[in-house]
Design a protein around this ligand. Structure first.
Ligand SMILES: Cc1ncc(COP(=O)(O)O)c(C=O)c1O
Length: 484
């Protein structure tokens, strides 16, 4: 391409992106299309001859990119939202344009230094000593794999490993345990109480039994913000148990961990500094484009012990002490320069703005929870935690069966979905269907939360009107049935 053609294409892409971001609040929070339609438009074989790049760009912007959840929309409250900063987006563009491979110090020392700097910031937020360090990963799933492989190696790669996590542990942890070589039936799901936090005495009982049976516990995984309810496991008590047992404690703080930069989050996550490793996702609550995970290990030597493998063709890349080759700390050799976006965003806005944006998520969720509690047809199902509010339509003045409530709430969710003003998802709270709002985006204001709750109230009222209401002894009044 000529420089002029390159500039034209990039200018047009920039214009499209800025327009999109500027108009996000007025757009739908979600859009999608069936495969049959998309395949017809996009499924052709690769063309032998090309066409003008602007035409390709316009097609992609018309036929491909809109069919997606707008995770950065101010009213996107489903799953784990994500609203990247513009410097982060530009950083990814630059990293691609400079074609950086952050594999070794020799190949990219500049972004290698940024990765050291950014992971050192995270080390400080966790409260780890100087011996700690880590790497950036594609996300929380990869961080979990690398943590459990490091734990397994630290335990001497035993023949019959077991891993423990609460029954609220993320699927990423279970998958990581499988990849690390733990048999499916030896992934222990420790029961939680009504507060969704792991029962340490149950953990102790399972570990003791497994040891008696000749199995080898290699890691305990704690949640610092479950994806379902935001619950935080008893980190101190789990560390108290793991330390004398000599079992690696990994904390999955993928979505909740960045609350650490606020005073409130620091208090709530107290004890995180005692873990052997912590996984965090900057593409969740640290406002970065995908992919931006991190794994920080209290003694960083564990990572190289687990992952470092010599390679003839890379023999020139050994720069020397204190010049890490990040490829030796994890599973990827060729690696994107993920540190660039985090570093550029923080340099641009400063930590005060990040702290305020994260605190805003905490505050909005708390306010949403209070609004739910005041609302006569809504029921708060779990305590608001780390930006997550679980609730359902369940009128105070009327008793409904659990089946009816589930039907009503599913109906409400379906209407929210098709209404497209906001995007919500659901979860199962100890087997009970719950609506769930995860309020993390820095673009979200109270008005967005308020409008969404108003819509749910309206839809809930309509659904209740149409729901059958014969008197039924199996009906439970919400004060008795609440799974709080
Ligand atoms: C608590 C938790 N752990 C792990 C993950 C997996 O992270 P990723 O999607 O970045 O691989 C998620 C994703 O939402 C999460 O919420």
């Amino acid at each position: 391409m000529t420089p002029q053609a390159m500039r034209r294409l990039a200018d047009r892409a920039t214009e499209i992106l800025i327009e999109r971001i500027d108009g996000l609040g007025e757009a739908n929070a979600w859009d999608g299309e069936f495969r049959a339609v998309l395949e017809q438009q996009l499924g052709a074989p690769p063309p032998e001859n090309g066409r003008p790049a602007e035409d390709v760009l316009e097609q992609v912007v018309r036929d491909v990119l809109p069919f997606a959840a707008r995770l950065d929309h101010p009213r996107f409250f489903g799953f784990i939202p994500s609203s990247p900063t513009w410097p982060g987006v530009v950083a990814d563009f630059l990293a691609s344009g400079f074609n950086i491979n952050s594999c070794t110090w020799l190949v990219s020392s500049g972004t290698g230094q940024l990765e050291l700097s950014v992971t050192d910031w995270m080390r400080g937020w966790i409260g780890y000593p100087e011996t700690a360090g880590g790497l950036l990963t594609s996300g929380g799933s990869a961080a979990s794999v690398e943590a459990l492989v490091a734990a397994r190696e630290a335990a001497g790669h035993p023949e019959r490993p077991t891993v423990y996590m609460s029954d609220q542990g993320h699927s990423a942890l279970k998958r990581a345990a499988l990849i690390a070589g733990v048999r499916r039936e030896r992934i222990r799901l420790v029961p939680t109480g009504d507060d969704f936090r792991l029962h340490v005495h149950e953990l102790a009982r399972l570990v003791e039994k497994d040891r008696d049976d000749g199995l080898c516990p290699v890691a305990v995984c704690a949640n610092a913000g479950t994806a379902s309810t935001g619950a935080i496991d008893p980190l101190m008590a789990m560390a108290d148990f793991c330390e004398p047992e000599g079992i690696w404690l990994h904390i999955d703080a993928a979505y909740g961990g960045f609350a650490l930069v606020t005073e409130e989050g620091r208090e709530r996550l107290n004890g995180i500094e005692r873990a052997d490793s912590v996984g965090l996702d900057a593409h969740k609550w640290f406002f970065q484009p995908y992919e931006a995970g991190a794994l920080i290990v209290k003694d960083e030597r564990h990572l190289e012990n687990a992952f470092s493998i010599g390679e003839d063709v890379l023999q020139d890349t050994i720069w020397g002490a204190n010049h890490p080759n990040f490829a030796n700390r994890g599973q990827q050799l060729s690696r994107a320069a993920r540190a660039l976006k985090i570093w550029m965003s923080v340099q641009t806005f400063g930590m005060a703005r990040f702290r305020a944006a994260i605190q805003q998520g905490l505050d909005l969720a708390r306010r949403a929870g209070a609004r739910v509690e005041e609302n006569p047809i809504l029921e708060l199902m779990t305590p608001v935690s780390l930006g997550i509010v679980c609730f359902r339509v369940n009128p105070a003045d009327r008793s409904c069966t659990e089946d009816t409530l589930e039907k009503i709430n599913r109906q409400v969710l379906a209407h929210v979905f098709w209404d497209e003003l906001a995007f919500l998802s659901s979860t199962s709270v100890k087997g009970v269907f719950a609506l769930r709002m995860c309020i993390l985006n820095h673009t979200t204001a109270w008005d967005d939360v308020h409008r969404t709750l108003e819509m749910i109230t309206r839809l809930g009222t309509q659904a209740l009107e149409t729901a059958d209401s014969p008197s039924d002894p199996a009906r439970t009044h919400r004060t008795e049935s609440s799974p709080k």
